[in-house]
Design a binder for this molecule. Sequence first.
Ligand code: NCD
Ligand code: ZN
Length: 344
Amino acid sequence: MQKLTIRRPDDMHLHLRDGPALVRSVADSAHRFPRAIVMPNLVPPVTNTAQALDYRERILAALPAGPDFEPLMTLYLTETLNPDEIAVAQQSGHIHGIKLYPAGATTNAEFGVTRMERVYPVLERMEKLAMPLLVHGEVVDPAVDAFDREAIFIERELAPLMARFPGLRIVFEHITTREAADFVRAGPAHLVATITAHHILLNRNALFAGGIRPHHYCLPLLKREGHRQTLLEAATSGDPKFFLGTDSAPHTRYAKESACGCAGIYTAHAAIELYAEAFAAADALPRLEAFASQYGADFYGLPYNSGSVTLEALPGEVPASLSFGKDELIPFRAGEQLSWRIRP
Ligand code: NCD
Ligand code: ZN
């Protein structure tokens, strides 16, 4: 049997949600990750330090007995965010990034940015204070093909933004294309990217396997096989610019299985196991630890986690559904097999 012991990992892009749903998502994440960068796209969004600190308390209150878990908070960038709030956020010691959603780009992104110029004063302050900008990198222009929105975002928005704020620390979140991987690789050291497990395990055929598959619908969309291979190469390359961020994004079964289903894939129940499967398939297991437990911490200026987790190549079945507050959640691989397990 294959076995791998790594330093305990960080999830550098996670949606925990709020209210009763927190119990499920916090428990699953904390079982695997002692820290996570927590996304602010609640309803209403987390737009200032006070709200982020309150949300942090709710997350900690939902934590089951046992695992330690440090929520690394973020603020949602709106056009009315006061630049002075950046220093307040930083001084709180709990806020590690500001999240840019192009308005309307994804779930709960309607309070995001319509024109970058409107947030230049905030970005200038962030550049000065070395506060990272976490970017959902897709254009919202309906004339752009849904599968091209990330690549076009690089040309239209990200490259010009970096030219204007050359010192701004940027995480290009959940990259899905060769264009994004190449852009990050060629950029300065303070431009990095997170990569999800689902984007290195699946290509876009998974959206249409035998019929339409709402539980494989996420944003940015799954892409062609060539892109999946490029992302897997980037993740397993040992390049510190690429690190783990699951983008685990739970929605109720009802919200996904609908004539207009929401974007988001839930992987928190098996996240590190799924990355191990992808790395094993690429014959790159020795590179998993740095990708999962070091490069993200290095970028965010955090000490490495203490302790270790052992993964074993043993089959395990994912339940067909999970409880989610009063609702039901369909996890990634529901009713199917995982090939790695965490040793209890
Ligand atoms: C995320 C969500 O549901 O909050 N959905 C997703 O498909 N990834 C938002 C996001 O990160 O785009
Ligand atoms: Zn996300």
